[in-house]
Design a binder for this molecule. Sequence first.
Ligand SMILES: [Zn+2]
Length: 239
Amino acid sequence: MPAAVCLGPDLWRVPTTPWDLVNSFLVRAADGSFTLVDTGLRSAPARVLAALSELGAGTHDVTTIVLTHAHADHAGGAAELARTTGRGITVHDGDAGYVRTGQAPPRDESMRLGRLLRRMGGDFEAAPVARTMVDGELLEESGLQVHHTPGHTPGHCSLLHEATGILITGDAIWNMRSRRTWPVLAFCTSAAQTELTAATLADLDYRTAAFTHGPEIRGTGREAVRDFLAHPQRFSPGL
Ligand SMILES: [Zn+2]
């Protein structure tokens, strides 16, 4: 698999597992510094380092680490990458406590699977939080605009890169096996709120939809998101 997939000027997707199952992203600023979005599973840091090296950079060039949310497949490499870059984590206040403790956010107990999964853990290594971000904020180093889309977790955020017309959905919507789906709803803190807040992604201005789970959709990303929201589907591993 490629170490870094170029999505637009100075923005790359970094697949950290085979088959684009889990993605991180890198955004390069004019001064050559990098913002890393999501840190993947515990095994992901090596893939992030390979991507940086392919781009002629190293860990010392990463000045900001943003998490879309505090799940183990997004925050699993956070502690190690915080250590190697010397940078704390930027995350929405709603998830900051989970990053600091390494504890997974609660799962939707209205769903039977959610109640069962509660006992399964999903914790990750605690990482230091450098700063919290709020809805509507522009992260100046990267030009990413924060869109709070809670439900999947209390502090879940999607990130819009206006300059290149790229939306990083986070886990608001997945694109697995060439189909847009909800994330596994039993993994959400509130499945109902996940569906409600994802609808706000229809009105943002972007051409490429970039997913943390699955490959991006270029050119017609917003149409694909709108189409999904009009005809939503649940994730089914057998599809
Ligand atoms: Zn998640």
